[in-house]
Design a protein around this ligand. Structure first.
Ligand code: ATP
Length: 369
């Protein structure tokens, strides 16, 4: 059992650099939690504080209910996998994996059993006699994971463990690390700046920016109900489209107006804007590329949400097309079916699904609805 709790954790570096600001999070036993955010947002620093590699300026960190602020890293019952694998080049894979157990004076036959078991899980049994330099990047990565597994830690900490792998291998390793989490039934805390990794592996993701948590929730909730503009833009690929729009009321209808275009909002969103006094004000509208359609049936069924767009780039991806268009003066991406012939320079009509439109306050950037 290993929960990890962070209470009002702050990390300041020299020169009063606040790397992590008032971080509060309860990570439950067996969770696969992901810290995600752009470079410099404080992910690694938070992970290193949990690992005991970085002192905490203020606050409390507990692992498995025990306050560990003053507990040394080696006594925290954690294992960390780093970006650069940190394998010992002069040792074989077996020796690399056995090293921590040897330090603990574990009996030889027990070491052997643990290493073989981990090697089997990771499918690296055939490489146990090789040195790291005779392995591919993906194989080295598995050895680094194997070295962590043999210690049977309460918590696995991983800092961008796949950043040195190519895209295809990263895809494979994503599946393997998820599988590993299911097999080991331990708590995983994983740092990445890659939103795809966050979305596909985590049971919950923690989106961070400038040392602050922006949102903590399941990948699906963060994707569908982002708390603010930053989260909405950071999670999802291609990115959510944003546009400044004016909220207007015509009788009972509430529209979002931009230039010559306008979108009629569904009842609930309309009432929310009205209740919160946004009529006549500018807000930011967000629409994901998959909620923009060019097919006739959508242009018909969503007739009061159709906009005119000029095609600037057509990205053919086989199963779908990413249309980079301009609506008024704003760039927009639509993910559409590759059925229609669309050329650069065409003026086309696009329907935006109003039930999937996100609306943000212009000043606070918080989600209104
Ligand atoms: P990346 O994805 O680039 O690794 P990150 O989100 O992991 O970024 P951190 O490495 O945690 O970010 O850094 C958070 C902030 O703290 C940054 O502004 C960084 O410059 C600063 N920082 C990190 N380590 C130190 C240090 N030892 N001394 C001073 N400032 C530091």
């Amino acid at each position: 059992m290993a929960s990890v709790n962070l209470k009002h954790v702050i990390k300041k570096f020299e020169g009063n650099v606040v790397a992590v600001a008032d971080f509060n999070l309860d990570i439950e036993d067996k969770e696969f939690i992901i810290f995600v955010g752009p470079s410099g947002c404080g992910k690694t620093t938070t992970l290193r504080m949990i690992a005991g590699l970085e002192e905490i300026t203020q606050g409390e960190i507990s692992i498995d209910g025990r306050l560990v602020n003053d507990v040394q890293s080696k006594d925290r019952d954690i294992a960390m996998v780093f970006q650069n694998y940190a394998l010992y080049p002069h040792m074989t894979v077996f020796e690399n994996m056995a090293y921590s157990l040897k330090l603990r004076k574990t009996p030889k036959d027990e070491i052997k059993a643990s290493v073989y078991e981990a090697a089997k899980i990771l499918d690296i049994e055939q490489f146990l006699d090789r040195k790291p330099k005779a392995l591919s990047g993906g194989q080295r990565q598995r050895v680094a994971l194997g070295r962590a597994i043999v210690r049977r830690p309460k918590v696995f900490l991983m800092d961008e463990p796949m950043s040195n792998l190519d895209a295809k291998l990263r895809g494979q390793m994503r599946t393997e690390i998820s599988k590993l989490h299911r097999e080991l039934q331990t708590t995983f805390i994983y740092v990445t700046h890659d939103q795809t990794e966050a979305m596909t592996m985590g049971t919950r993701i923690v989106v961070m920016k400038d040392g602050y948590i922006q949102q903590v929730n399941t990948p699906q909730t963060v994707y569908e109900k982002p708390d603010n503009l930053f989260v909405a833009g950071f999670i999802g690929s291609p990115q959510m489209n944003f546009m400044e729009v004016l909220v207007e009321k015509f009788g009972e209808e509430v529209h979002l107006k931009f230039g010559r275009n306008s979108i009629k909002l569904p009842y609930e969103k309309a009432r929310k804007l009205e209740e919160l006094d946004y009529i006549g004000k500018e807000v930011i509208m967000g629409v994901r590329p998959e909620n923009v359609f060019d097919e006739q049936r959508y242009l018909d069924s969503l007739a009061d949400c159709v906009v005119e767009a000029e095609v600037e780039v057509v990205e053919m991806l086989g199963s779908e097309i990413h249309l980079h268009v301009k609506i008024e003066d704003t760039g927009f991406i639509a993910r559409v079916n590759p059925k229609k012939q669309i050329k650069v320079g065409d003026t086309i009509r696009l329907a935006l699904d109003p039930s999937k439109v996100h609306i943000f306050d212009r000043e606070t950037e918080k989600t209104i609805t």
